[in-house]
Write a protein that binds this ligand. Structure first.
Ligand code: SF4
Length: 280
């Protein structure tokens, strides 16, 4: 995708999702293996915590699609059984424990939700573009609070969160900007709904703060375009253009087996090690 830049030269418009931007910012090598290399190198085994997170997301989407009288906290149990994704677990016993845990999260969460509310969208795709990037993404839930769109992101991880996570999330800020563009109304409130902790963390952005998030996203996009151009057109090696950024996260990287630096930086983990119970 190209458009004319200020000097009349073609400028690459970077098409991305928030997770693609985050991937480059966190580790250019992982970004290359995810988005540039084709075919994509084989990934490691699926993670149980990802399966659990996807299951819970699917249950919540299905719950909101139920007819209004059926939206009860107890209804989530049946949806959970139907939506269950079994990837990555050690055995049936571990799955049963995780299922029971998730059932509790969902029931406690849904007890506090107004079942009569009708969101603007569930897993709604929103998009926007600037001179440098075209960003799109799917919002877990886009609430309608008296006409004001609110970005809701579900979290199921075991790490503690806080309001600063909502404030600092580039993904949430880009979703808010794209939701405003898509719905043609201001959108400044973002929320992390941390189901495993039973907490909601809210942040209301100012336009200036959203603008700062956008400028940072554009800077990352420019770096990614530069790396890809160096690799594909200027003869840079893969590691020159996309250096590894080893660290603790390498334990959880899907491409760890292709990355000696990552293997040296952090130990391998069992596929179920990040379950909320620690896999026990
Ligand atoms: S193992 Fe670590 S350094 Fe290697 S690609 Fe993955 S995140 Fe990057």
């Amino acid at each position: 995708m190209e458009q004319l830049g200020l000097a009349g030269m073609p400028t690459r418009l970077f098409s991305c999702t928030p997770s693609k931007l985050a991937s480059f910012a966190e580790c250019p090598r992982r970004y290359r293996m995810t988005y540039v290399d084709r075919p994509t190198p084989p990934r490691g085994a699926p993670w149980a915590h990802n399966a659990l997170g996807a299951t819970v997301h699917n249950v919540l989407r299905s719950w909101w699609l139920l007819p209004r009288p059926q939206r009860t906290p107890e209804a989530s149990r049946k949806l959970l059984r139907e939506a269950w994704i079994s990837d990555g677990y050690r055995d049936a016993e571990q799955q049963a424990a995780a299922k029971e845990l998730a059932a509790g999260w969902l029931e406690r969460y849904l007890e506090k939700v107004d079942p009569g509310a009708e969101p603007f969208g569930l897993e709604r795709t929103v998009a926007m573009r600037t001179e440098r990037l075209a960003v799109s993404g799917r919002i877990d839930r886009l609430d309608d609070r008296d006409g004001e769109p609110v970005v809701v992101d579900y979290k199921t991880g075991r790490s503690a969160l806080s309001e600063s996570d909502a404030a600092g999330s580039q993904a949430l800020a880009l979703y808010a900007l794209a939701a405003a563009r898509t719905l043609r109304r201001p959108c400044q409130r973002v929320e992390l709904h941390h189901l495993s902790a039973g907490e909601v963390y809210t942040y209301v952005h100012t336009p200036e703060r959203l603008e700062r998030h956008l400028r940072r996203a554009e800077a990352t996009a420019a770096d990614a375009v530069e790396a890809e151009t160096a690799f594909k057109e200027a003869g840079a090696s893969a590691d020159e253009a996309f250096p590894p950024a080893p660290g603790p996260r390498c334990s959880w990287c899907d491409f760890r087996r292709h990355c000696p630096e990552g293997q040296a930086a952090a130990p391998a983990k069992e596929p179920w090690a990040a379950l909320p119970s620690g896999g026990e």
